[in-house]
Design a protein around this ligand. Structure first.
Ligand code: ATP
Length: 481
């Protein structure tokens, strides 16, 4: 197998890899590094924890060492925490170069960032919203001459989720040169490949890991069927079990909303589990502090929304628990990918309520693997059921007293005003967009059902309009909020 030197990397970079303990390139590194060094655009799709970051950091550092200037490279990433993690890889691998990097993310001081940008760092690592704000409001820096544009978690940057980056990306793309190398990476690139290909037009090199299953082999994936009303008792039971059976344990729990995340964090603390929360309603400093405490194992449980589902590399995480079944298979892939990284073992347990079984099936279909049932001692769960429900209710009441919902609404409005938008108009626009999306989704489901029916009946009637089946019209169950 080729080593880092055979990929065309300079000896100083090979030495940096050795010092970091990277002995052999991973497949995505083997595939992408030579193409990037040749000057080609690159779309790299490989499983979670397979070393995609170094696959772009190493060749960029090599090119930077040949022709150093600032701003040489711009890396875009969907979350603030991920921006810091990528910057760290640049710093460690680029140390002999005296690399200057700059992190531009929301929630941090804008003036200090503007100053840093004006000092022409070699590499800027940014979340789109804050970088676009700087482009709109400041002329003390330019990204007109960048050689590399990297989009990490590229599919997330392009999709129109609850954080929609489209407008900010347009502003950024208008400010970068047409002649550049564009590198796009994710574990789920194939879902948005067409849109992404429009961005990478310079002899694009597409690298995708060939594997029958879309999640890593070392990951033990299970589901636990639980009634909606008592799922928290199962959660507490699961954590207690890991606590009792392992000396050294570390768990990430994913929830669907900031409020659930906060309530569950309070609840788990009441049960004396060392828990920290991470969600977008927290101040940025609190977010960083929480992550640092979890990384250093001061706290063994991180309870988070999907703000932590992508990219975070915390080697000590042995278990991921999905408190809700993710509504999209790709969210599941990224969440469970927080464990079993870089060849390590890991376990993922997804709580599935009576309303979420169709979501579980969709996940299994996408990852091309059936999840096994996780077995628990029901009697043990029953013993704690009432206590857990009472504690959760207490925590809810306590949280409500802090006006959590109201604060969330105010925060949202503040953010929109800062972006120069009218909050009321935005709410209307969002509602309309949601309606259109729902209509499209229903139509897609109807077509899929019709096709499925055609396939099973084997008649193959062509040109017939698909009829809606009642369940296709009913939409997601209450489990999917
Ligand atoms: N060649 C290598 N040999 C051993 N470990 C490696 C190698 N390259 C990277 N790693 C390590 O593997 C871990 C995962 O890498 P990385 O965070 O880049 O994964 P990723 O593919 O970007 O995952 P995700 O899709 O979750 O973002 C890191 O801790 C990194 O240091």
């Amino acid at each position: 197998m080729a080593g880092f030197a055979e990929l065309g990397l300079s000896s100083w970079l090979v030495e940096q890899c050795r010092q970091l303990g990277l002995k052999q390139p991973t497949p995505v590194q083997l595939g992408c590094i030579p193409a990037i060094l040749e000057g080609r655009d690159c779309l790299g799709c490989a499983k979670t924890g397979s070393g995609k970051t170094a696959a772009f950091v190493l060749p960029i550092l090599q090119k930077l060492s040949e022709d150093p200037y600032g701003i040489f490279c711009l890396v875009l990433t969907p979350t603030r925490e991920l921006a810091y993690q990528i910057a760290e890889q640049f710093r460690v691998l680029g140390k002999p170069l005296g690399l200057k990097d700059c992190i531009i993310v929301g929630g941090m001081d804008m003036v200090a960032q503007a100053l840093e940008l004006s000092r022409k760092p070699h590499v800027v690592i940014a979340t789109p919203g804050r970088l676009a704000d700087h482009l709109r409001s400041s002329n003390t820096f330019s990204i007109k001459k960048i050689r590399f544009l990297v989009m990490d978690e590229a599919d997330r940057l392009l999709e129109q989720g609850c954080t929609d980056f489209t407008v900010d990306l347009e502003a950024i793309l208008a400010a970068v040169p047409a002649r550049r190398q564009t590198l796009l990476f994710s574990a789920t690139l194939t879902d948005t490949l067409k849109e992404l290909q429009g961005l990478a037009t310079n002899q694009p090199f597409f690298w995708e890991a060939q594997a029958p299953v879309r999640t890593v082999e070392q990951l033990d994936q299970r589901y636990l069927l639980v009634p909606e009303k008592v799922k928290d008792a199962y959660l507490v039971h699961l954590i207690q079990k890991f606590h009792d059976e392992h000396d050294d344990w570390s768990i990430i729990i994913f929830t669907n909303t900031c409020k659930t995340c906060q309530v569950l964090c309070m609840m788990l603390r009441k049960f004396n589990f060392p828990t920290v929360a991470l969600h977008s309603m927290m101040k940025q400093k609190e977010r960083f502090a929480a992550l640092a405490k979890f990384k250093s194992s001061i706290y063994r449980i991180l309870i988070a929304t999907d703000v932590a589902s992508r990219g975070l590399d915390i080697p000590t995480v042995q278990v991921v628990i999905n408190h809700n079944t993710p509504g999209l298979p790709k969210i599941y892939i990224h969440r469970v990918g927080r464990t079993a990284r870089a060849g390590r073992q890991g376990q993922a347990i997804t709580l599935v309520t009576q309303y979420d079984i169709h979501l579980l099936h969709a996940i299994e279909e996408q990852i091309k693997k059936q999840l096994e049932k996780f077995l628990v001692e029901e009697a043990e769960v029953e013993q704690i059921l009432t206590q857990v429900n009472v504690v959760r209710r207490e925590c809810e009441i306590k949280l409500e007293a802090t006006n959590f919902d109201e604060k969330k609404e105010i925060n949202k409005r503040k953010q929109l005003i800062l972006e120069g938008k009218d909050p009321d108009l935005e709410a209307k626009r969002k509602a309309e967009l949601a309606k259109i999306k729902q209509k499209n989704r229903r139509f897609k489901e109807q077509v899929e059902h019709a096709l499925q029916r055609q396939k099973t009946s084997g008649t193959g009637h062509r040109g017939r309009r698909p009829k809606a089946r009642p369940e296709a019209r009913s939409g997601p169950g209450p489990g999917l909020r």
